[in-house]
Design a binder for this molecule. Structure first.
Ligand code: CO
Length: 172
C-alpha cells in the first residue's frame, strides 16, 4: 500500500467526469487500498479517485471507524429522502467550509472490488458523504452546490470553537 497525493482545488482533474470501472483486477484493488490508506492519513470522511488523480468511478467512505471503510465502485444514487443543511468540507479544498443542503437519507447501488453488486442506505453524515463523493465522480465540487461558503472571519471563529453552525434536518 502507498499514500497517494491529494489533488487540491485549481487542478482541472477535479472538474472532469470519471469513467466507469470495467476491470475488477489487482490494479483496482491496489487503488482502493491506497485510497483507504490516504483517507486514514488525511483524517477525512471520504475520498474519491479523482482526488488522487485517477479518473475512475471509485469512492471510499469511513464515517465511523468501528463500522470500517465502505468501498464503492461505480456507485449511483437510486433513492433520496428528507433534507439536511449543514457544514461540509473537502480534502481537496483544505481550510474551507460551506453550508450545504443534502438529502437526509440516501440509497446508492454500487459494486465491490470484485464486481459484486450491492446497495447501501445511509442517513445524516453517511448520506452527506455519499452525495459529496459521488458528486466528485461527476466533476462536481461541493462549493458549487453549497448555499454559501463560510467567510475567512467565520472560519477563524469556527476553528477556535467560537462559531456554532446549527444543522437543519428534515427526516422525511
Ligand atoms: Co471532497
Amino acid at each position: 500500500m502507498a499514500l497517494r497525493k491529494i489533488v487540491t482545488e485549481g487542478d482541472d482533474i477535479l472538474l472532469k467526469k470519471c469513467r466507469p470501472v470495467e476491470k475488477f483486477d489487482d490494479r483496482l484493488s491496489m487503488l482502493i487500498d491506497d485510497m483507504i490508506e490516504t483517507l486514514h492519513d488525511s483524517g477525512g470522511v471520504g475520498l474519491a479517485a479523482p482526488q488522487v488523480g485517477i479518473l475512475r468511478r471509485v469512492v471510499v467512505i469511513e464515517v465511523d471507524p468501528e463500522q470500517g471503510v465502505l468501498e464503492l465502485v461505480n456507485p449511483e444514487i437510486i433513492e433520496t429522502s428528507g433534507e439536511q443543511i449543514g457544514l461540509e468540507g473537502c480534502l481537496s479544498l483544505p481550510g474551507q467550509w460551506g453550508i450545504t443542503p443534502r438529502p437526509f437519507k440516501v440509497t446508492a447501488k454500487a459494486q465491490d472490488r470484485n464486481g459484486k453488486e450491492f446497495t447501501v442506505t445511509g442517513e445524516h453524515l453517511l448520506a452527506r458523504a455519499l452525495c459529496h463523493e459521488i458528486d466528485h465522480l461527476n466533476g462536481v465540487l461541493y462549493k458549487t452546490v453549497a448555499d454559501r461558503m463560510l467567510t475567512k472571519p467565520e472560519i477563524e471563529l469556527y476553528n477556535n470553537g467560537e462559531l456554532e453552525i446549527k444543522e437543519k434536518i428534515t427526516e422525511e
